[in-house]
Unconditional design. Structure first.
Length: 406
């Protein structure tokens, strides 16, 4: 995750320094999510054919090689190809690690393992920003460091004496079935894909365009992910105690207003950081909140299958996100970044209000399923694991309550 967090921000800074146009950079950033989307479909078959260890090592080696080649081939077309490959490989690495982690965990430890996995993901991205602030964007060292870190990540897998687990994934529902089940969850997932892509790919480009230093840019990007980690659990706690659709509306509108602060009052670094924290702190929990909202309308046996459809919709939004925000930054200036995220976040809230008059709300005290914190950087594997764990936990609580004497 440190390697991934470094290459995401670093390419935006270096590309801007090399004179890449905003359109070129947006294409480069979109390419990562295109590779991610393809990998979510094809990596499971690779694991079934050759096993976890070989897939992890092969994909990790490819990541390490591409990271080294970035400063050698400083061309938009070369970086675009590299980003497709890295997106494919990182998604494959996530699937490998998440499925192995799931197999190694027991029912008693699965919740703790899931939480620790999320913390490690966010911490890796934040640590990457610290490393970036201490290096020279125009040199080679910052490309070599993530390459070395990714190579070192092979060791625990390659030296593990644990037997490789059997690999299975649930066949996802069709997109039409998923949309019919919850139009709000699908619309929100598509919009969030654009928000996440802007945060992960274009935030560094925005910072460079408004004249922030490398240190300020890395602090800004760190604020996005730190807020996401801190607010995940409070919003999840609220999700299990109030009408979930109403919470989706409020969280979306708060994120949209956070973006408008930086858009309407440009040039203030403190406000940029606050806006970044508000958008990051609302959009990431909103991702898990939408999955939980979708599950409220599904039978338990369909929840894992629906997660695949939702992640696919999110991936489509992520591919489109950088292209649109890049166009907006060209059309109205760097602050098009904030207008874009504001429109998407507030769009989710407004559509939620519309759905409120189209569909009656559920009784959240008796008809909703538990909220499962899921990171937006995860794959279908961890989404399925999270849902299965929280469903099992709910059933155990109900069983314990039933066994109590009157």
């Amino acid at each position: 995750m440190i390697g991934n967090g470094l290459q995401g921000t670093l390419l935006g800074l270096r590309g801007d320094q090399e004179g890449f146009s905003t359109l070129s950079l947006s294409i480069v950033m979109s390419a990562y999510f295109l590779g991610f989307l393809f990998s979510s479909r094809y990596t499971p078959e690779l694991i079934r054919r050759v096993g976890h260890v070989r897939v992890f090592a092969a994909l990790g080696s490819m990541i390490s090689a591409v990271l080294i080649l970035y400063p050698v081939l400083v061309e938009p077309w070369a970086w675009t190809i590299g980003r497709v490959l890295i997106g494919f490989c990182f998604c494959g690495v996530y699937i490998t690690a998440e499925s192995w982690l799931n197999d190694a965990a027991s029912n008693e430890t699965r919740g703790k393992a899931l939480s620790l996995y999320m913390i490690v993901q966010m911490a890796g991205i934040v640590c990457a920003q610290f490393i970036l602030s201490r290096g020279d964007v125009s040199g080679y060292a910052l490309f070599i460091i993530p390459s070395v870190l990714v190579s070192l990540a092979f060791a625990p897998i390659l030296l593990s004496i644990r037997p490789m687990p059997a690999f299975e994934t649930t066949k996802p529902m069709t997109i039409r079935q998923v949309i019919k089940t919850s139009p709000l969850a699908c619309f929100g997932m598509f919009m969030l894909g654009g928000v996440f892509a802007a945060q992960f790919g274009m935030s560094a480009v925005y910072g460079n365009r408004v004249g922030l230093t490398v240190g300020q840019i890395t602090f800004f990007v760190s604020a996005i992910y730190i807020a996401a980690l801190i607010l995940q659990y409070p919003i999840g706690w609220l999700s299990d105690r109030m009408d979930r659709r109403r919470l989706i509306i409020w969280v979306s509108l708060i994120g949209g207003l956070g973006s408008l602060i930086a858009f309407l009052l440009p040039g203030y670094f403190v406000l940029i950081v606050i806006s970044g924290a508000l958008v990051g702190g609302t959009s990431n929990p909103l991702y898990a909140l939408l999955i939980a909202y979708m599950n409220d309308y599904l039978a338990k046996e369909d929840m894992a299958a629906a997660s695949g459809g939702l992640l696919f919709i999110n991936g489509l939004g992520a591919i489109m996100g950088p292209l649109i925000v890049g166009w907006m930054m060209d059309a109205i200036g760097a602050n098009g970044f904030w207008l874009f995220t504001a429109a998407l976040m507030m769009g989710v809230g407004i559509y939620g209000l519309y759905r409120s008059v189209r569909r009656s709300r559920l009784d959240w005290e008796g008809e909703t399923v538990p909220y499962a914190p899921v990171s937006a950087a995860s794959t279908q594997i961890v989404a399925e694991v999270a849902q299965e764990y929280y469903i099992d936990a709910e059933e155990e609580i109900v069983a314990d309550a039933t066994d109590q004497p009157a």
